[in-house]
Design a protein around this ligand. Structure first.
Ligand code: ADP
Ligand code: MG
Length: 702
């Protein structure tokens, strides 16, 4: 009854609540002069720049609005290459003499800020003499209030103009894909469309665990995942958690999270339990890629903050627990026009279908040509635990089209008739496609890149990563292929014939990337190898492709990254890999030495004491001596494993690429060895001696 009341109250207040902390378009319209509102609107839709008097007016209106809502500070909110967001807060306070202050905020402060940001990773882009980067307002993203601060979404650049963040290249890639897509639309006689927007809806998975238990796990605190932990008697075998009834404590959390996100204008839509115990998912309604990326960063931040209010901890790591499914993020991506068309939606007229097939062909060719780069955009140490482990797509990129769309592609390649569509050969631009239902089979779920009716779902992303990188890649790849197509078709004397030929040729040459079977099947990996597809198993294997000449060319050519920018990003990823693995190995060593060895030694000593006590009374003591012996042997093995790990850590080479390779080849196996011994010790050690909460407690206590 209470629950029902609460829900209806939320429903009533929702329209008011939604976006109440956002300086959105309606608020701007209401609070700006029509000239300034018009200038802002033009800036957003046509990319014109804002003059300083308009910026001043917007800043003043923003400040007034924020102060009315209780804000005292403002911050330029940006996304450096760490993958999280950054902010530096200044108060609005301006002294006016006599110990008095006024609340000030100028257009200059709105438009440009200078965080003393010399310690963000820059991959060598920011020489020390110009250690400060600057931030500049992204007028296409709305300012919002978070914890008493007016947050202004900004880009982050060095003084030499190099992008130091994840937003600048995303905006560049959105512009570029729009430009190239419009060239294609014009060929189909579309004169109205002025902007094509990459649209994204990211589904976010996460775990919730009890805060008190979390605090007693050094590994979770230091690395975000458990480095040890024997399988609990029960994991996800019963399949009873997925879409199961949501427990009260989790429901309260989700409600609070929804309301927090709604106030920030984030259209949180779907929530449910996921496959693993304590695992959940949230999906917003899709929006443009830039806002989706900003919003996903806020979602991750709020998931953690709201959890804290509920005595919970939200884990966003890709694999917090071995043996149960990890967390990913599904990046649903499509292209939409400002006239309301989705370019990946099969249409109902021959011309719409021809357009759809051309965009589909571009996508298929792009994913095939740049499969290695797409793989790098999801290459992080955390994600290595999932990809190819039967719980997430394999490390091989392929596209799932479903049976019906695949039949269309096949028939175009073969020039044959459809099985179910009468006796005809599909004439592109002349015939209507057979209706294509969304294929939601199990095979679909095992695909890294599935066509789901009117969008592609890129399923390889890790739960903790920024979605910016994968979307920059999808936009740019698509821009490149559309450019190639437009270059060929614009001068065509017989558009219809050339279009058909181009689509047929593209499907034929890139058919190898299409796979509609079970992606978890080992046979697919063998088959993929025969087809010549990349299988970059780990992040260490994949990352070098980031700077493969053809990939660098792609981004430089389209003005998304300069050569230096892409090299810098590569270096950051490489160094991050080594840093993550070194921290994990150090944490393991710390826990073994300070917690695990002392605990098992104490327990073994107690067993020995008891054994001798029993022995002196002639009582059998096989259990005590047997267990103590087993623990003794395991302890010796653990000491050796730990010593090897210490030596391994000391041996990390200096060169970044060598270090990454070495961490992969030496530290990972070393950590696996240590873990196996510790997990066996956990099983034989009395619960009260074990120095940390175990999986059954962590996974089943909320
Ligand atoms: P699933 O079956 O994977 O849960 P949904 O239909 O619920 O799929 O959509 C998942 C996500 O995809 C949501 O965030 C949704 O808003 C988004 N989405 C739907 N249509 C599109 C589209 N055309 N472009 C981008 N994202 C979309
Ligand atoms: Mg999905």
């Amino acid at each position: 009854m209470r629950v029902l009341e609460d829900t209806s109250m939320t429903a009533m207040k929702l329209p008011e609540l939604f976006g109440s902390q956002v300086f959105n378009e309606d608020t701007m319209k209401e609070r700006l002069s029509s000239a300034s509102y018009g200038a802002w609107k033009k800036c957003v839709t046509e990319g014109t720049s804002l003059d300083i008097s308009t910026a001043n007016e917007i800043a003043e209106a923003m400040k007034q609005w924020a102060v009315e809502k209780g804000a005292t500070h403002y911050t330029h909110w940006f996304q450096p290459m760490t993958g999280v967001t950054a902010e530096k807060h200044d108060s609005f306070i301006d002294p006016v003499g006599g110990g008095k202050i006024v609340m000030e905020f100028s257009g200059k402060e709105l438009v440009r800020g200078e965080p003393d940001a010399s310690s963000f990773p820059s991959g060598g882009l920011r020489a020390t003499f110009e250690a400060r980067g600057y931030t500049a307002w992204d007028p296409t993203a709305f300012a919002f209030i978070k914890e008493g601060s007016l947050c202004i979404p900004t880009i982050f650049c060095s003084y030499s103009g190099h992008a130091l963040d994840k937003k600048t290249p995303l905006l560049r890639s959105m512009d570029e894909v729009s430009r190239q897509a419009i060239r294609i639309l014009r060929l189909f006689g579309d004169k109205e469309t002025r902007r094509v927007t990459a649209q994204v809806g990211p589904e976010q998975e996460y775990f919730l665990i009890d805060k008190e238990l979390y605090n007693r796990r050094k590994d979770l605190r230091m690395t975000g995942r458990t480095l040890f932990g024997a399988r609990p008697p029960r994991g996800q075998e019963l399949d009873d958690h997925y879409f199961g009834a949501i427990k009260p404590r989790v429901a309260a959390y989700m409600k609070d999270l929804d309301e927090t996100l709604w106030a920030l204008g984030i259209p949180s839509k779907t929530k449910h339990n996921e496959v693993a115990p304590s695992q959940h998912e949230m999906a917003p309604i899709y929006t443009d890629a830039n806002a989706a990326c900003d919003q996903n960063q806020l979602v991750m931040e709020m998931m953690k903050k709201v959890a804290d209010r509920h005595g919970l901890v939200c884990l966003l790591h890709e694999k917090p627990f071995a043996g149960v499914n990890g967390s990913g993020k599904h990046d649903n991506w499509s292209l939409g026009t400002d006239t309301g068309k989705n370019l990946f939606k099969p249409g109902s007229t021959p011309s719409q279908n021809a357009r759809f097939l051309l965009f589909l062909a571009a996508f298929i060719k792009g994913v095939d040509d740049y499969q290695d780069f797409l793989r790098t955009t999801v290459a992080f140490p955390g994600n290595d635990h999932r990809l190819g482990a039967q719980e997430a797509p394999p490390a091989v990129i392929s596209i799932f089209l479903g049976d019906e769309l695949n039949a269309v592609v096949e028939s175009i390649i073969q020039g044959t008739q459809f099985k179910d569509a009468g006796k005809r050969t599909l004439q592109i631009g002349v015939d209507v496609l057979p209706s294509i239902r969304q294929d939601n089979t199990d095979r679909n779920r095992t695909s890294p890149m599935a066509f789901t009716g009117n969008k592609f779902e890129f399923r390889m992303l890790g739960s903790s990563q920024s979605i910016s990188g994968p979307n920059i890649a999808l936009n740019t790849i698509m821009a490149e292929e559309l450019k190639q197509f437009a270059d060929q078709l614009e001068g065509s004397a017989d558009f219809q014939a050339d279009l058909s030929a181009l689509i047929k040729k593209t499907f034929t040459e890139h058919q190898r990337i299409i796979f509609n079977g079970n992606g978890y099947d080992d046979a697919w990996i063998a088959e993929a190898e025969k087809r010549g597809l990349c299988n970059l198993k780990s992040a260490a294997d994949a990352l070098p492709a980031y700077v493969a000449p053809k990939n660098v060319e792609l981004f430089v050519k389209h003005g998304i990254y300069t050569r230096e920018e892409i090299q810098a990003r590569y270096e950051i990823h490489v160094e991050n890999y080594t840093a993550v693995l070194s921290i994990e190995a150090s944490t393991m060593i710390d826990m073994i030495r300070h917690d695990i060895l002392p605990a098992v030694s104490e327990y073994a000593a107690e067993l020995c004491d008891r054994a001798s006590g029993k022995q002196s009374h002639g009582v059998p003591c096989g259990y005590e001596t047997g267990t103590a012996k087993e623990i003794g042997e395991l302890t010796d093995r653990l000491v050796n494993a730990c010593t090897a790990l210490v030596a391994g850590l000391e041996g990390v080479p200096a060169g970044p690429e060598e270090a990454m390779r070495y961490c992969h080849d030496v530290l990972i196996p070393g950590m696996a060895t240590a873990r196996t011994v510790v997990d066996t010790l956990e099983v034989v050690t009395a619960a009260r001696y074990w120095p940390m909460p175990v999986y059954s407690e962590l996974l089943f206590s909320v």
